[in-house]
Structures are given as structure tokens and as C-alpha cells.
Design a protein around this ligand. Sequence first.
Ligand code: SF4
Length: 380
Amino acid sequence: QCVMVCPTAALTEAFHCDKVWEAINDPDKYVVVQTAPAIRVALGELFGMEPGTIVTGKMVTALKRMGFDAVFDTNFGADLTIMEEASELIYRLKNNKTLPILTNCCPAWVKFIEHQFPELIHVPSTCKSPHIMLGTIAKTYYAEKKGLDPDNIVVVSVMPCIAKKAEAKRPELTKDEHNNVDIVITTRELGAMIKEAGIEFVKLPDSKFDSPLGEATGASVIFGTAGGVIEAALRTASEWMTGKPLDKVEFEELRGMEGVRRATVKIGDQELKIGIASGLGNARHILEDIRDGKANYHAIEIMACPGGCIAGGGQPYHHGNDEVIKKRREAIYAEDRNKKVRKSHENKEILELYKNYLGEPFGKRAHELLHTHFEERERI
Ligand code: SF4
């Protein structure tokens, strides 16, 4: 899995830009693209912009000019993940089921646990990762809504991550042909494609993501940095558990650049012990403590890349410059602060999706479409 993560750029990705152009140029295909939270705070660097410049609107315009039929936000998938993951956390807490729950959105730690900690295979949340959820919804709900044949839809994910290329090929995610993402490209590949198309990125006006898979909250933006997924989950879980709005949306105690972070979060009269690790060496320490009964967390978040996806292996190279990562991280939190809606369960398009198509969060239909399983694999 080192090959899959490699934020130091000792190894690079297989380029899939040609496949994307081929799909865009095929008149029979309806090609949708989605971009992960961390892309918008790093893509500008490939065009000489300062690290941490937020280029969401320019990125959407570039994707539209490149010829994609619809431009969606993986952050919508992140909000959907939170609806399911917060429900799963509450279910496990109420029913004395396996704790801790481990948030799921990083395919590199999934491989890490499957191979290195098979005895903890029941710990991860069964939620699919956000871009896979969005791919599934694009080929089911969106296809039905727009009267499209799912066979003709091609889903392209732009990710900060090389491991996501392998994730999209996992057999349990591809067994149903309508439940997958077809092509994954990295931030660097997107930058190369924009240049290839002769688009002057810096001069582009802003555009908005397409609806209905384009609305997203501040909670989904912070998925891009370490600690963000668990914070987003707790914003929702907390309000659902207490029935009261949060006095303060931010959980500052979960934020920080340390490789391992521990915090206790009070929800009503319950105290939840939270662990956060970024970097697989740090993840190993947390997982060994859980396996050996030395830690009793309720929930943990692991990100394979130190600092999280902002420092992912598919991002513009930062050559070990922590200042670059710091600026991307500050931009992520600024995006969150700038959003009117900052909790996933208040995303109107998500609520509509449940009302008209999925039913209850963590219910039968949601399980069929949005959850997966993991397998013990040979130790390597
Ligand atoms: Fe990919 Fe993010 Fe995990 Fe790094 S932390 S391997 S970029 S999902």
C-alpha cells in the first residue's frame, strides 16, 4: 500500500487522461465528473497561484469547458457519507455494537487494516467512501431523474489520491456495474488536461456545480484535512443525539497537525473518546492499542497521508514544505466558515435524496447502495 499512498512522490500514478478524453469525445456517453474537497485548495498551484488559493469556481468552469456533461461535487458524497456514518455511530452506541467505529473514506488504510490488522476488520464503518457513494447515486437516482441509461454514464473522479484508483477497482464495489466510478484521475492529471485543452486557468470566471449532486456543506469541505471527517460526523451525531442545535459548530479539540490526536467530546451527558491518526505509522500505534485492549475509543479517524488528503499523493508536489500544507489546510477551514450551511444533515439536496429515493438514513435502500464490506487478506 506504500505504492498507493506515497505522498513523497517517490512513485507516481498511471495516467488515465486519455481514457477521460476518449469518454468525453464519445457522443454516446454522458460523462460526469466530481472533484474531492482537497482539489480546490491545491489545483491553482499548478498554474502558478499561491498555495491555499481557493479555485472552486474556476475549476468548475474549466471542467465545463473541457466538455463534461455534468460537474458534481464529491462534497455532496461527503455529506451523504456523514448521514450514514453518524447514523452508524449512534446505532453502535445505542446497541452496544462494536466500538470504536473507524470513519471510512481513505482506501489506503482500508488496505492497511485488511492486510495488517485482520482481527480489527469489524471496526471500520461499512460506508462507501464519498466519491464511490456519489458514483452510485449518479448511476441510479440521477440517471432515473434525468431519464439516462446508466450504461451510458461514465463517472470520472478527480482525487488528491493515487489509492483511489485502486479503490474504484475493488471487486465488491464493481460487482454491480451501476455502483462504481469508472475513471479516477489525480489533481496533477486534471492540471495536465486543463493545460492540454489550452485553457487559461487563472483568467477563468467562476461557475457553480451542477444540481442535484452539487450542493455541499461546510462539514463536507473539512474532509480534506486530518480530523475533518470525524468533526463532520460529530456535528451531525451530536445534534441528532441531543435534539438540540450545537452552540458552536467547530470542534477545535479535534483540529491540529499532530500525527496522533486524542480528545474527549461531550455530547449531552455522554463523553465520547476520539482518536485521530494521520500517517500509517501513527495509525499502527492507535490500532495496536485498540487490538491489545489498551485504548477504549468510541470513534477514530485514520488518514494514510500525514495531514490528510490536502497532502495526498496525487496533489501538486509540495516537496516536504509544511508551509504549503498549512496554507491548504487554512483554505479548507476558510471554505467551511464561508458556507451558510455547515452541517451535513442540513443539506437540502441530501434531504431530498432521502425523501424521494433512499428512505431512512442507514435503512434498507441506503444499505444496498451506500454500504460495502471489507475482507481479511493475507498479511504482506
Ligand atoms: Fe488518499 Fe486522502 Fe487517504 Fe491520502 S489520506 S491515501 S489522499 S484518501
